[in-house]
Write a protein that binds this ligand. Structure first.
Ligand code: ADP
Ligand code: ZN
Length: 212
């Protein structure tokens, strides 16, 4: 039963790859970004707290995220991929504690690397399906019908944080707070680097090799 983390900057393709892998291997996909967007859409108190951070492109505070993820991880009975958690050293330390309490071992951390120029190109032309969470790209992966999700027929949207200003802040947040995790997991001997540029199915082959 695989239990691991997909790490990388916004737009690295972690989510796309994680969705394929969980479907093939029968794992749970835990994305705090998806969970928070659902909370915002539902207008819950958690959503109200998270909304302004997310729209600006800032990380939501550690206390909120850690409590939320502890809850989710504790409820899982199969293997899982954490996609977007941890994103700070404090979150990584909290995860270690959570795993210890549950008696779980962390198998590996897949670190997706992509150049900043490519990340910005991907994010600034991204189209997202709010219904089934599928992701398209205006040029790289255009939907068959403009603005319509191939998968579920939902109306595609541009996420509020996929605007130029928020993208810049997300990149800064990644550099300052998340990128130190590369060294953190390297020291633990858990890190596997995945070249996140190029063909999506080639990247997926690398992911599968790493999960086995
Ligand atoms: P991306 O990786 O494309 O930036 P996500 O969907 O993973 O997008 O996250 C969207 C937003 O949700 C982040 O910009 C942040 O505000 C919030 N978020 C997601 N994961 C975390 C986390 N682990 N810690 C703090 N905030 C988070
Ligand atoms: Zn859809």
């Amino acid at each position: 039963m695989y239990r691991g983390i997909f790490l990388g900057p916004p737009g690295a393709g972690k989510g796309t790859q994680a969705k394929k892998a969980v479907a093939e291997f029968g794992l749970e996909h835990l994305s705090p970004g998806d969970i928070l967007r659902a909370e915002v859409a539902a207008g819950s108190s958690l959503g109200k707290v998270a909304k302004s951070f997310m729209e600006k492109g800032e990380l939501v505070t550690n206390d909120v995220i850690i409590g939320m993820m502890k809850n989710k991880i504790s409820g899982i009975t199969k293997g899982f991929i954490l996609d977007g958690f941890p994103r700070t050293i404090e979150q990584a330390e909290a995860l270690e504690e959570i795993m210890k309490i549950l008696g779980h071992k962390l198998d590996s951390v897949l670190n997706f690397t992509v150049s900043v120029e490519e990340l910005v190109f991907r994010l600034s032309n991204r189209l997202s399906c709010p219904d089934c969470k599928s992701i398209f790209h205006k040029y790289n992966i255009p939907p068959k019908k403009e603005s319509i999700c191939d998968n579920c027929g939902g109306t595609l949207v541009i996420r509020k944080d996929d605007c130029e200003e928020a993208i810049k802040i997300r990149m800064e947040e990644y550099r300052k707070k998340t990128s130190p995790l590369i060294e953190y997991y390297e020291k633990e001997g858990k890190l596997i680097n995945i070249n996140g540029e190029g063909n999506s199915s080639e990247i997926y082959n690398e992911v599968v090799k790493a999960l086995k």
